[in-house]
Design a binder for this molecule. Sequence first.
Ligand code: GDP
Length: 306
Amino acid sequence: MITVLCGGVGAAKMLRALRLVVDGSELTGIVNNGDDLTLHGLRICPDLDTITYTLAGLNNQETGWGLTDESWRVMKELSELGGASWFGLGDRDLATHLYRTERLRQGDSLNEITRDLLAHFGVDITLLAATQDPIATVFETVEHGNLSFQEYFVLHHHDVVVTSIDILGAQKARPSQGVLEAMANAERIVISPSNPLISIGPILALPGIRETLMARRSDVVVISPLIGGKALKGPADRLMEELGLSATSRGVASYYREIASTLIIDNSDSADRSSVEAEGMRCIVTPTIMSDDVVSANLAEVVLHG
Ligand code: GDP
């Protein structure tokens, strides 16, 4: 079994890459849910949905989130009514949230519902929400005080100065059933090229996760989300600088060094090898921008066997 710690877009690409070279039954994703939210009474799990849609080949390439071939009639009506429309939910995507919310109301667990959504979309891997207890990533900002994840990310386009990040509820939350086992029993544990602080951080904040990873450190591989010191998309680089980690391969290494033994960095960062090794991690340099199947499959092979 290969166990993959996941945020959204970077993780979806990594799982898709791994799926090119191993059977779906071999893959388990442990997915961040610090950015889940309830809006219009609907339970929305952005990272679980991004991964499901991407592995189904139905992700919306224009927006970078949601489903392909989408329409926006509900949002348009809602906005004309004066309802909250800053968080875009397409008509097709809404069906997922309606389905999830109603089943949660009936007492089914998030992981049961996720399993059924994966089957519906024809995706043959396992996804487990990191926790099924309530957690929430909160940002303290200079401009607006405390912001919820989606206020920070979508409403303010992450264009604010962040002074600290808190994962509310994490200390009391329990990892979902099967999460610690999936890490303890995996041949390899992969930390996706996701945002370290706000995609992987909330998973690491749950009780027992860091200890389990530390015990497996020699089998834990990280793919850096930075290319030439920049995130491909999103605020990873800016946040790392604002919160005292440099936005470099060395900064990524210093964040993960206690729980992972290997850091994979992109060819464009090859000059960083010695600084990663200085943090006590093995460094592998290879193309990591998963723009096509050849690069993706090559990266997956390096992740598994490099
Ligand atoms: P979000 O929750 O949807 O914002 O997504 P993640 O946290 O999973 O991913 C965001 C990070 O993924 C960004 O820092 C990107 O730089 C990184 N990323 C996206 N695509 C790739 C890729 O193909 N290769 C690498 N190395 N990083 C990527």
